[in-house]
Design a protein around this ligand. Sequence first.
Ligand code: FAD
Length: 129
Amino acid sequence: MTTHTKDTVDVIVVGGGIGGLANALALTQKGLRVRVLERAAEFGEVGAGLQIAPNCTRILEHWGLLDEVRSLGVLPENIVMKDAVDGSELTRLDLKDVEARYGAPYLVIHRSDLHGALLRACQGAGSTS
Ligand SMILES: Cc1cc2nc3c(=O)[nH]c(=O)nc-3n(C[C@H](O)[C@H](O)[C@H](O)COP(=O)(O)OP(=O)(O)OC[C@H]3O[C@@H](n4cnc5c(N)ncnc54)[C@H](O)[C@@H]3O)c2cc1C
């Protein structure tokens, strides 16, 4: 049996990016004590737009983060592929019924907004960085 002191952790996650924070949050929700080690002195507005498919937004919902992430992102109605030369439409994916069909939305969000939501959830759950 392991005896925990105030500073004891079960898992150390190295790297506080999207992957590290997602792992830290999932482990914390399983009851483990997690510490995140990040080499950057502070988190900045890094990255670009991310597409998040229903297989991922379903997990965000499970973690209680979907409403926040949805409010920070955009739910596009279509993905449109265009010819790079003349701009003509090549094909179009209708995304309007994604949530009804798959049980979770397809959304786009800036990486730093998703990262911020994960970071706040980790800090609220007690993971330190
Ligand atoms: C242009 C672009 C577009 C993308 N679009 C999408 C998309 O639409 N949808 C999607 O799902 N994904 C997309 N991705 C991929 C997605 O951004 C990455 O898969 C994801 O951010 C990777 O997360 P990560 O935590 O593994 O790495 P990162 O976010 O790079 O985080 C790694 C962290 O670890 C830290 N670190 C590294 N080494 C150490 C160390 N030795 N000690 C301590 N800390 C350390 C770094 O400082 C950093 O903070 C895109 C990527 C790019 C570049």
